[in-house]
Design a protein around this ligand. Structure first.
Ligand SMILES: CC(C)(C)[C@H](NC(=O)Nc1cc(F)cc(F)c1)C(=O)N(CC(=O)NO)CC1CCCC1
Ligand SMILES: [Zn+2]
Length: 179
C-alpha cells in the first residue's frame, strides 16, 4: 500500500515535468498503480488507517506525486451536496470551463508541500472534464465547487504546475494595474 514515504516532495524535478499520456487500454501495471493511488486517498480519510500509517487526510493524488510521470490521478471527495466523487482517471482533460473563477477561502495545500503557503489560488468555478476510468470507460463530468477545485489542482500536477504558482501576489496585482 502507498504511504507518505512514497509521496515525492517539492524540489523533485518530477513535479515540474509535463506527464506523458497513458496508452489505452491501460496496462495491468498502470491500472494497479492508479488503484493503489485511489486506495491511498481513501485510506488517508479513514481515521484508524490514517493514524496507524501517519497519512495526511488527502482528497486527491496525481501520479507524478509518487514519482510516475504519467497522466493519471485519483480523487476521493464529497461535494457540497454530499455527492461522493471517488475515481481514478487516465488522461483527464478539461474540455470546457466557466469564465467565472472561485477559490478555497483558506488557500490550498499539497501532499507534496510540507509548509503552509498563504494566498488564494484562483480556479475556474465550473469545468467539464473528460477522461478514462479504471473500468476503461470514457467519462464526461461537469463539476463545480470543491470537486472542481480538486480536479484542477490534480490536473496542474500533470502539467508540472504547483498551486503556489497561481497565487497572485499583491505586487503582481499592482504591476497589472499599473500597466
Ligand atoms: C494537502 C491536503 C491539505 C491534505 C489537501 N487536503 C484538503 O485540501 N482537504 C480538504 C479541503 C477542503 F476544502 C475541504 C475538505 F473537506 C478537505 C489535499 O489532500 N490535497 C491533495 C493534493 O495535494 N493533491 O495533489 C490538496 C487539495 C488543495 C485543493 C485541492 C486539493
Ligand atoms: Zn497537490
Amino acid at each position: 500500500m502507498l504511504t507518505m514515504k512514497d509521496i515525492v516532495r517539492e524540489g523533485d524535478p518530477v513535479l515540474r515535468k509535463v506527464a506523458e499520456e497513458v496508452s489505452l487500454p491501460a496496462s495491468d501495471s498502470d491500472k494497479k498503480t492508479l488503484q493503489d493511488m485511489l486506495d491511498f486517498v481513501i485510506n488517508s480519510q479513514d481515521p484508524e488507517i490514517a493514524e496507524k500509517y501517519q497519512l495526511r487526510p488527502g482528497v486527491g493524488v496525481a501520479a507524478p506525486q509518487i514519482g510516475i510521470s504519467k497522466r493519471m490521478f485519483a480523487i476521493h471527495v464529497e461535494d457540497e451536496n454530499g455527492q461522493l466523487y471517488s475515481m481514478g482517471l487516465f488522461n483527464p482533460k478539461v474540455v470546457s470551463h466557466s469564465i467565472e473563477e472561485t477559490h478555497l477561502d483558506g488557500g490550498e495545500g499539497c501532499l507534496s508541500v510540507d509548509r503552509d503557503i498563504p494566498g488564494l489560488v484562483p480556479r475556474y468555478s465550473r469545468i467539464t472534464v473528460k477522461g478514462t476510468n479504471l473500468e476503461g470507460e470514457e467519462v464526461t463530468l461537469r463539476l463545480k465547487g470543491l470537486v472542481s477545485i480538486v480536479f484542477q489542482h490534480e490536473l496542474d500536477h500533470l502539467n508540472g504546475i504547483m498551486f503556489y504558482d497561481r497565487i497572485e501576489g499583491f505586487t503582481d496585482k499592482l504591476k497589472k494595474e499599473l500597466n
